[in-house]
Design a protein around this ligand. Structure first.
Ligand SMILES: NCCC[C@H](NC(=O)CCC(=O)O)C(=O)O
Length: 445
């Protein structure tokens, strides 16, 4: 049977803005309060998806969370009409309003951890939405994300949906951004690498910025997903790089099938980690462990260019392509490294640069924008087909974005009640376009 890795990208929501909400994420802080362009952001993301379709890959789309999150605002004591809730919050709790307006669900690498059926004991594909416990604007995503995932993977014969982990710092879970799977090929059992920033049982942790993923969370997800303990590794991120802005592992490492590309300083006690990976990997094809030296690319250059936040995809014609953010071309050493990588003896044969500036300015590169789901042919057929991208859906989504999205959004605009009604109208139409049903709270009232 054929197996495919399908990237499910987050469609950027109509309220994409720069609110500086992510302490520890360098780009988010440095672009705080910049005027955003939601239309351009959504079109840039859609173009990336379309490019992958043109490479011959299957591509999925995940609808955004509805924003503002009126339920959270009401739980926090604001009441009256929706417009009153927004105007009161804008006056007395602008920071809370910003959190409730964030389009951060676009970064679907953080939506969930997904284990393919060939890795789990019961032969089902398992999904656990991430609780994103570390940041308020992200911690409110899980309920809607969970509902959206259930509408996409809507067949209980194949897909097993779990609840998000308890909302407590001990179980801080950021989803697939801290999970990599190495395998001979997509249809073979893989080696699951869970990378965490902090273990409640040890003292090794960053000093400045928060570690968002805990070992306890990763272990809980691996248990629920019924993964084979012999094919599962829990690896600690190097706390020093978290303090330099590497807030998720996918800012310093990327893996696909039998290739794992990572920075020299990515992991705590890295030599030991490399030995563990080598001895746990069971594939027949040789494993390519490519360690990027500090002398070639510093951690600072990695964070600036987001080279490791590229997508590494297997091409139907053979070989792999690396889908890198355009910012890599602005850091000379990084561009050189990437072209040398394509010439070296490994499966990577091509680099494709994508313009994702709107998302990048919030610290989200190509890899952040997608959730990888490995599916058998049968499982792929069981997915809600309206959530898979073909030329028709691409055109319709492009028209939908052009019709509904603003091309300018500033902090002051969040107080405008029209932004709420525009967003709800857009999302209402989207649920029909993507055959999602009444997934949004405003459709359920
Ligand atoms: N995987 C990439 C996630 C980027 C995301 N940025 C943000 O939420 C920035 C939002 C803002 O500051 O407006 C984060 O840090 O979790």
């Amino acid at each position: 049977m054929n197996y495919y890795e399908v990237n499910f990208d987050g469609l950027v929501g109509p309220t994409h803005n720069y609110a500086g909400l992510s302490y520890g994420n360098v780009a988010s802080k440095s672009n705080a309060n910049k005027v955003s362009n939601p239309k351009q952001a959504a079109l840039q993301g859609l173009e990336k998806m379309w490019h992958l379709v043109q490479l011959g890959l299957h591509q999925g789309v995940i609808a955004p969370n509805a924003r503002p999150d009126l339920r959270t605002l009401r739980v926090c004591g604001f009441n009256g009409t929706d417009a009153e809730v927004i105007s009161q919050a804008a006056k007395s709790q602008p920071q809370l309003l910003k959190a409730c307006y964030s389009a951060s669900s676009m970064w679907t690498a953080n939506a969930a951890t997904v284990s393919p059926s060939c890795d789990s004991a019961d032969g089902k594909l398992h999904l656990t939405p991430a609780n994103l416990n570390n940041k308020l604007h992200r911690a409110i995503e899980a309920p809607q994300t969970s509902q959206i995932l259930k509408s996409i993977f809507n067949n209980n014969d194949y897909f097993s949906h779990h609840d998000a982990l308890p909302q407590h710092p001990m179980f801080g879970d950021e989803g697939a951004a801290n999970y990599t799977r190495l395998a001979d090929s997509y249809g073979h059992q893989g080696l699951a690498l869970f990378v965490y920033g902090e273990d409640a049982q040890t003292q090794v942790k960053p000093q400045l910025f928060p570690a968002r993923q805990t070992r306890q969370a990763s272990e809980a997800v691996a248990r629920s997903h019924q993964l084979d303990p012999h094919s599962t590794l829990f690896i600690q991120q190097n706390p020093e790089v978290i303090d330099q802005g590497v807030f998720h592992n996918d800012v310093i490492a990327i893996g696909n099938e039998n290739v794992f590309l990572f920075h020299e300083q990515a992991f705590y006690q890295q030599q030991k980690v490399i030995e563990q990976i080598n001895s746990a990997y069971r594939g027949d094809r040789p494993l390519h462990l490519i360690e990027v030296k500090n002398a070639d690319i510093s951690v600072e250059e990695a964070v600036k260019s987001y080279i490791f936040n590229s997508q590494l995809v297997s091409l139907p014609s053979g070989g792999m392509a690396i889908i890198a953010p355009g910012e890599c071309q602005t850091v000379g050493k990084v561009e050189q490294y990437l072209s040398a990588l394509c010439q070296a003896s490994n499966p990577i044969s091509e680099v494709i640069y994508m313009d994702l500036k709107q998302s990048m300015q919030n610290g989200g590169g190509p890899a952040c924008l997608r959730l990888r789901v490995t599916l058998s042919e049968q499982e792929l057929n069981a997915v809600n087909q309206a959530c898979l991208l073909d030329e028709h859906t691409y055109q319709r989504l492009r028209d939908w974005i052009n019709k509904h999205y603003r091309d300018r959004l500033s902090e002051a605009d969040l107080a405008d009640p029209n932004l709420l009604t525009e967003s709800q109208q857009a999302l209402d139409e989207l649920t029909q376009l993507m055959n999602l049903g009444a997934i949004y709270p405003f459709q359920q009232e």
